[in-house]
Design a protein around this ligand. Structure first.
Ligand SMILES: [Fe+2]
Length: 450
């Protein structure tokens, strides 16, 4: 039977959200019968994915509103939030680009989803992830309803906590001729931005209820941390968050700029002391060598204009996030941006974690018969900043990367520190799986030894 029936029967409304299944279900042995492949179509429409943006749906709540972790947990929310607060720290997962677009990729997605699930099951209570934050590209190649079961619900069937998400380009690009009801963002919103606690047709026979995020851009307010998530639209490159691009190429509204301004202003007015993260699917920085004879960038470029727009709002308000999270490029990259902001020097990690199962791509590719020149850890990449931004950047360097393994972020925030670890899948224990970690002291914004 096709898992995602097109008939829209009224969905039962539940009083409580449900996350993982009650009891562990075994790994699927393959895609359901509903899953075909769009790879041929994807090749055909390649050029459109360089120029067709989509309208940004407005959030259900005001620009200064937030979605609380407690609300996502239903009536248990206040109790869960109290436990996290009493423990003095929160732990959560984050990853991007998990969707497996063919059967060959499926085991990779399952390994990542299984490991974050196992981490939840085996961690001591105070170290257990409170949620997973998905950085986009949940369902390939075009966010089709009929693929949600295989690529999202089934792999994460035993993950026992809320899964928040911002849409990636693959969750939003519209194939010409698609009916509005079948537009990928409509499906995304049905599954992540539902107005009621329902099980969607996409979940098939599983019990995970749809998330009730207020929109495709939103602030998640959790103990010790706020995550401002923006939708960076449907292009392969670059990420587009507004129509403020100087080239005026992208006909989208500036509602996310107003939203970002309102959220940063709120942080300032409240003198918010927790960690502030900013998430976009497309990364501000992705490695691309200046000397093309040394190879070309392996996988997606920088979204310079997008970052300059974010920087401009941050400067206007006088608040800068502690770290940036992205996916899209199918590898792990960690940059450090040392900048002058508000009269002091701050260290800001920019992290790409787009190896959640779809692919793991090389950072550099050979070009014109010359071997790829791999960068050294700590390589100066100031040229990735581009020209014309307001940020006063002293130094931008590629601190560390991994372009061979699949993995995810395990993030820890307490009253003093933000710690972002990158874990590879396949290691024998969680401790052995950690490949990288960066620690930022919240008060003075400096990186410290882990
Ligand atoms: Fe992407």
């Amino acid at each position: 039977m096709a898992r995602a029936a097109r008939t829209r029967l009224p969905q039962p409304v539940f009083h409580e959200p449900v996350f993982g299944e009650d009891g562990s279900l075994p790994d699927p042995t393959g895609f359901s019968t509903a899953h075909g492949s769009d790879n041929a179509l994807y090749k055909q429409i390649g050029d459109l994915a360089k120029k067709d943006v989509v309208a940004i749906p407005k959030s259900r709540i005001g620009n200064d509103g937030m979605f609380s972790l407690a609300a996502a947990y239903g009536s248990h929310g206040p109790q869960i939030v109290r436990k996290i607060t009493d423990a003095g720290k929160i732990v959560f997962h984050s990853l991007g680009d998990s969707g497996a677009s063919n059967a060959g990729k499926y085991p990779k997605e399952l390994r990542v989803a299984d490991q974050v699930t196992l981490d939840c099951a085996s961690a001591a209570e105070a170290d257990r992830a409170a949620f997973l934050y998905h950085l986009g590209d949940v369902v390939y190649n075009f966010g089709e309803a009929r693929y949600y079961y295989d690529q999202f619900y089934e792999p994460f069937r035993n993950y026992p906590a809320p899964i928040f998400a911002i849409p990636g380009n693959h969750d939003s690009f519209v194939i010409p001729g698609t009916k509005p009801a079948d537009a990928p963002l409509t499906t995304f919103q049905r599954n992540f931005c539902a107005t009621q606690t329902v099980i969607t047709p996409e979940a098939g026979s599983l019990h995970r209820t749809a998330m009730t995020q207020p929109g495709v851009y939103f602030t998640l307010d959790a103990p010790f941390v706020r995550i401002i998530g923006l939708f960076s639209n449907a292009l392969e490159d670059p990420g587009v968050i507004s129509g403020l691009d100087k080239t005026k190429k992208w006909p989208v509204t500036n509602i996310q700029i107003d939203f970002l301004r309102a959220q940063l202003t709120l942080i300032k007015q409240q003198k918010y002391a927790g960690a502030v993260l900013l998430a976009t699917h497309h990364p501000a920085f992705s490695y691309s060598p200046p000397d093309k004879d040394g190879g070309s960038g392996g996988d997606h470029g920088c979204s310079t204009a997008m970052q300059q727009q974010i920087d401009a709002v941050c400067h206007e308000v006088g608040v800068y996030p502690h770290a940036f999270l992205s996916g899209h490029a199918h590898n792990y990259q960690r940059y450090t941006r040392i900048m002058n902001f508000g009269g002091r020097e701050i260290d800001v990690p920019f992290i790409v974690c787009g190896d959640g199962g779809h692919n793991a791509n090389n950072l550099v590719r050979a070009r014109r018969g010359k071997p790829a020149q791999e960068p050294n850890a700590g390589a100066d990449v100031g040229y990735l900043e581009g020209k014309g931004g307001v940020a006063d950047v002293k130094h931008l360097f590629l601190a560390k990367y991994d372009d061979h393994n699949y993995g995810y972020l395990r993030i820890h925030v307490d009253r003093q520190y933000l710690k972002i670890g990158f874990h590879q899948v396949g290691a024998r224990s969680l401790a052995q799986s950690r490949y990288d970690m960066v620690t930022v002291r919240l008060a003075d914004r400096h990186m410290v030894a882990n």
